[in-house]
Ligand binder design. Sequence first.
Ligand code: PMV
Length: 311
Amino acid sequence: MPAFTATAPGKIILFGEHAVVYGQPAIAVPVLEVQARAIVNARPGGQGINLIAPDIEISGGLEDLALDDAIALVIRLTLEELGISQPPACTLVISSSIPVAAGLGSGAAVSVAIIRALAGFLGHPLPDEAVNRLAFEVEKLHHGTPSGIDNTVVTYRKPVYFIKDQPIQTFDIPIPFTIVIGDTGVVSPTVKAVSQVRASYKAQPDLFQNYFNTCGMIAQNARFQLSDRRNPSLGPLMDDNHAVLQKMGVSSPELDTLVEAAREAGALGAKLSGGGQGGNMIALVEADQAEAVAAALQDAGAVRTIITTVR
Ligand code: PMV
């Protein structure tokens, strides 16, 4: 059996994180500059699936992983989907340049890469719909009550206008634009921020429903501005979205510092992206401002910056 390699990109949420969990629209785009990679090689004479994932210090047999481990789950789900109970002996090598627990979709990308590599190696490549469905099951481990936006954008590798439980809407960006991503370096599991928002929503349902509605209107407006080729209008919408996320309690001093630094360095707008309380922020910039904004973010404490063109 020949070796099989699959990759999957990172992602950022441009608009609508958290509110998307409550049925509001959100926009997410792939970040092709970072990726997860899975390679499956035959291991003649061996037995079972051997795993090598140096980034997360895994090296050994599948059976050595805990039952609720995300990688064990994704492999099990893929084999079940294919109806294969005894896979041929093979080695699965997993690597990723996507920062972990930072709102860049690393968990979803690793899942998608593994599903595609394993299914391809076994001679039964899976359609996007199945890849997405399986990756969503694994997201539940990472996120608790995920909206499904991460696995969707990572699976389809296209900008997505996402509404939970509705048919997937990928779309084309008429005019590409540049985003600078700044990482606070603060590790922040999404599940924590999502459950905090849930608790606040329970305590103040009207107030939080209002916040969610506002985020939804911002995402809707952004989708309209994009299709109308008015990219710079996204900047003020990012600022507005960040202000609501601050009120929802999912920003942090580090995120606010980077958002402010990006604006001062000439960004058209900036906001946190993803679960928040750490992780990454994003800034919309003119292409020729990208390096200056990235430098300003680093001066303000960003541990990493990524410049990505959304197309
Ligand atoms: O994986 P993250 O940190 O980008 O967060 C996903 C976005 C949330 O809206 C906060 C959660 C979800 O499931 O949609």
